[in-house]
Design a binder for this molecule. Structure first.
Ligand SMILES: NC(=O)c1ccc[n+]([C@@H]2O[C@H](COP(=O)([O-])OP(=O)(O)OC[C@H]3O[C@@H](n4cnc5c(N)ncnc54)[C@H](O)[C@@H]3O)[C@@H](O)[C@H]2O)c1
Length: 298
């Protein structure tokens, strides 16, 4: 005999439109798969500045998560960008390279266009590209100040806004993610302009989150601490020149203050970006997530 709940379900079904009671019809699109990921679940991401360092780790992690990846970097890093795209294809995903300078709006528009044409609708933008400069404030030239703002702030703005416009035109939301830093919360002496640009990225992330929410686009940033990449090789070398410390000693000195007892590696950051790009962060927006092993406690 049918239970009370069973009868209720039967009644609901008999009153409903017939189509709602039918099991979903499976179409060839639903069952096709590439690299083990069903096609309707395939997503695409652009990762800027991904020829090396943190961006490369993010691109690989998102490919492992099932994303097809558009690799971006500046033209002089073409070889590394193409090698990364091949590595991603080896993981069974699609990948394309779109070289270009994120500080130029027309180039970012062309990167997004290439990604959509080659890989399909854009789901996630990771505005990772950035540059650092180590110098006392009073020695910073106007040209240097302008260039670091062009890459780190205009670059983030160009990537956030161009990706958001594309996502709005597609009508199904998306994830926009940017590279902030511990210096977005607590600046470092000798990294003045860099710290200011990363404060700006955190601010932009908050306002974009407010304005994009109605389009179901979440906007968040990740804030790495001390990650052993070319960027920290530069910081270590330049701070050493100022203080007289030997190469490697500045990195060691700052790393000694990390609560979890070691310098970060790029995959520490890519794991957090995987969360920000994935469905588990669907109700998180406007946040700058510290991934520093315990340096800044905010
Ligand atoms: N390394 C760290 O400790 C650390 C800490 C906090 C934040 N970050 C941020 O994380 C991001 C990645 O840093 P990383 O350590 O991997 O640096 P990295 O220097 O190793 O890599 C940065 C990549 O961005 C590319 N790039 C630079 N300018 C560009 C432009 N105008 N257009 C396109 N690509 C460009 C570079 O060619 C390079 O491949 C940066 O935004 C950085 O500020 C790094």
């Amino acid at each position: 005999m049918a239970s009370r709940a069973g009868f209720r379900n039967l009644l609901r079904c008999s009153n409903a439109r017939p189509a709602l009671c039918k099991p979903p019809i499976s179409s060839p699109r639903r069952t096709r798969s590439i690299g083990g990921v069903p096609e309707q679940k395939r997503k695409t991401a652009i990762v800027t500045g991904s020829a090396r360092g943190i961006g490369k780790a993010i691109a690989i992690r998102l490919a492992e998560d099932g994303y097809d990846i558009c690799v971006n970097d500046i033209p002089s890093n073409k070889g590394e960008a193409e090698a990364l795209a091949s590595e991603i294809k080896g993981l069974g995903r699609k990948s394309t390279v779109a070289l270009g300078d994120v500080s130029k709006l027309d180039q970012v528009e062309s990167i997004v266009k290439t990604s959509v044409e080659e890989l399909g609708p854009l789901n996630t933008m990771v505005a990772n590209a950035g540059i650092a400069q180590v110098k006392p404030l009073l020695q910073v030239t106007p040209e240097e100040l302008q260039r670091i703002f062009e890459v780190n702030v205009h670059g983030a703005f160009n990537c956030y806004s161009t990706a958001a416009k594309q996502m709005i035109s597609q009508g199904s939301g998306g994830k926009v993610i940017g590279a902030a830093s511990i210096v977005s919360f607590r600046p470092f002496a000798m990294l003045g302009p860099y710290s200011a640009t990363k404060f700006a990225v955190r601010g932009l992330t908050q306002v974009f989150a407010m304005e994009m929410a109605r389009h179901k686009i979440t906007v968040n940033a990740y804030a790495p601490g001390i990650v052993g990449t070319s960027m920290w090789d530069l910081i270590d070398e330049k701070l050493g020149e100022e203080t007289g410390a030997k190469r490697g000693d500045t990195l060691k000195k700052y790393s000694a203050d990390i609560a979890l007892g070691r310098t970060s590696v790029p995959t520490d950051v890519s794991k957090a970006v995987s969360f920000l790009a994935g469905p588990d962060s669907d109700f998180v927006t406007g946040q700058t997530l510290l991934v520093d092993g315990g340096i800044v406690f905010n």
